[in-house]
Each structure stands twice: as structure tokens, then as C-alpha cells.
Ligand binder design. Structure first.
Ligand code: GLN
Length: 306
């Protein structure tokens, strides 16, 4: 059992009030104080919002209040993302383990799973059996925390998901997430570069999904300090023009996708149209489509293998 430390509701309320003030001064969302308290003090959102926790005689923390203060100082002074402080990030219906070895899964990336589901489900008038894509092998390339692989394994209960990452430290996190969510027997993990560890699946993939690094190298240092200083550049830096990995995935995937297989990636603002053109030029793809994220920005590109 994890250790517990007791504080009064009044003390924690004072701590929260001070932390929220520091957040506002540092131009950080005061909401984040509550994320920390939800994960480390077991408080629910409503009791935080209504401040009813203040009247409790005791609240159990999983670390001493002084350590909570130290964590919050890292957030304010060092700009460490709050998800690295708590070690978890919510994404779709999951609470995923994260560490600085993996990119924190973003809300917009959640859409990739809905697009994969829609792409794998034939329209009602289609002669194709549903099982063609939903029962096959899916790949998540550059899996990081394992978010996309976990989303796919949950969306397609009859499929096998193959998750690849170049970073052994990232794979360890992804594997811990698959285990925690009881998906360890549904996802296979491979250390390597993009499709290279999946030679045994050439011509067999039902779908290939990726959120590859796509930020142009010279833009990486100028990203917000939380990202530039703490998130893995391996997961962000897409080379000189940002397209290194996207170009590779366009060129390499046709050997691995089965006819009718789905190619689906996330891109940066402004890149989707160029990625669609690359797919067109490559010659192995059809029904190339661009989809917006929840903010209305064209962010996802989907195509089918001829
Ligand atoms: N979406 C991430 C960001 O905003 C970038 C992820 C990526 O390069 N694939 O920093």
C-alpha cells in the first residue's frame, strides 16, 4: 500500500489558495493545481470546485505537504508539465502513465482513434465484410506512451496492435500502460525505427497510424517552455522542414499495408495539404482525405492503399 500523509482540510485549502495565486502570476492555468490535488490528494473535482474539502478534519496525501510544495515549485519555476509531476495524463477514457521519456498525449490526438474507427467501418452499402480491417494487424509507429496503440486495441477488440518506438525508455512506459489496462496480450512492442521491426507483416497491415515528430527543427526551441525544455525532442523534431518522418511513412507504408489498408497520421497546422500531395505523388494510395481537429485546424491525413 502506498504511504499516506495526513493534513487538515483547512491547511490544504490554504496551500491551494496560495498555489492558485502563484499559477495566475506565472501565467499558468490555476486549474492545474486541482489536477495535482486530484491525483495526489485523492480529491474529486466537485469538492475542489465547491471547496467543501476545506471542512474535512483530515485529508490523506500520498506525499508530505512539503514535497507537494516542491513539486509545485518545479511547475512554476522550471515549467515542468504537470503531467510529468503527477506521472499520469488523461487521454480518451484512459489514465496513462507518462514520464519525460514520452510526449504527453494531446487531446487532438484522441481524434486519430475516431478516424481509424470510421475508416475501418465500411459504409452500409459496401460489399466488404466489416472484419476486413477491424480483425487484422494495426501498427502504431512512434508509440511513445502507447496512447494510440491502446486506443486502437480498445477500438478493435479482435485486432492485434503492433507498437514501435525508437526509444527503449518510451517502450517501457507504453508497456506499463498496456499492462495497467489489461491490454498486454493485445499489443506487441518493438524497439526500432518506424516499420523496420515489422518485416514479418509486409503486405499484411490493415492500418498504420502515427503521430510522428513533425515540428521543423528550428521551431523546436521556440515552442512553449513546457514542451521545448521537458518533452522528448525525438518525439517533436521532424527535421529541417518538419517532413522527414512524414515523407518516410508515405514512402515505406505501401510495402506493409494490405490492399485497402488504412494510412493515417497527425500533422502540424499547414502540413496536411502537402502530405496529401505526397500521398498522391507516391501512386499507391487512393481516397486521400484531410480531417480537422476539434479546433477546426486541418490536422489529420488518411488514405487507403490501392
Ligand atoms: N502536438 C505536439 C505539440 O504540439 C507535437 C507532436 C508531434 O510532433 N507529433 O507540441
Amino acid at each position: 500500500m502506498r504511504q499516506e500523509f495526513c493534513v487538515s482540510g483547512q491547511t490544504l485549502w490554504q496551500w491551494r489558495t496560495a498555489a492558485r495565486q502563484q499559477a495566475i502570476t506565472a501565467n499558468i492555468s490555476a486549474e492545474e493545481v486541482d489536477w495535482l490535488l486530484q491525483d495526489l490528494a485523492g480529491l474529486d473535482r466537485l469538492s475542489l470546485r465547491l471547496e467543501t474539502f476545506k471542512d474535512r478534519a483530515e485529508i490523506l496525501l500520498c506525499l508530505p505537504l512539503s514535497e507537494l510544495t516542491t513539486l509545485w515549485e518545479h511547475r512554476i519555476q522550471d515549467r515542468v508539465p504537470v503531467q510529468y509531476l503527477t506521472g499520469v495524463a488523461p487521454w480518451r477514457e484512459f489514465l496513462l502513465n507518462v514520464s519525460p521519456a514520452v510526449l504527453i498525449p494531446r487531446p487532438e490526438t484522441e481524434c486519430l482513434i475516431d478516424l481509424a474507427i470510421a475508416a475501418a467501418t465500411p459504409p452500409p452499402d459496401s460489399p466488404l465484410p466489416t472484419s476486413l480491417l477491424t480483425h487484422g494487424h494495426w501498427a502504431d509507429l512512434g508509440t511513445g506512451s502507447g496512447a494510440i496503440a491502446i486506443g486502437l486495441a480498445t477500438a478493435f477488440p479482435a485486432a492485434m496492435v503492433h507498437a514501435v518506438d525508437y526509444s527503449a525508455a518510451a517502450l517501457a512506459i507504453a508497456q506499463s500502460n498496456a499492462q495497467k489496462l489489461n491490454l498486454a496480450d493485445r499489443i506487441r512492442f518493438y524497439e526500432g525505427s518506424w516499420l523496420q521491426p515489422l518485416a514479418h507483416l509486409k503486405g499484411k497491415l490493415s492500418g498504420m497510424v502515427a503521430n510522428p515528430p513533425y515540428i521543423p527543427s528550428q521551431m523546436v526551441p521556440d515552442l512553449q517552455p513546457e514542451v521545448a525544455r521537458h518533452e522528448p525532442h525525438l518525439a517533436l523534431d521532424g527535421g529541417m522542414d518538419g517532413f522527414d518522418c512524414l515523407r518516410h511513412l508515405v514512402a515505406a507504408a505501401p510495402d506493409y499495408l494490405q490492399p485497402g489498408g488504412v494510412w493515417l497520421v497527425e500533422t502540424m497546422t499547414g502540413q496536411a495539404i502537402a502530405v496529401a500531395a505526397l500521398l498522391q505523388q507516391q501512386g499507391s494510395y487512393h481516397q486521400i482525405q484531410i480531417y480537422p481537429d476539434l479546433a477546426g485546424i486541418d490536422r489529420f491525413v488518411l488514405a487507403y492503399r490501392h
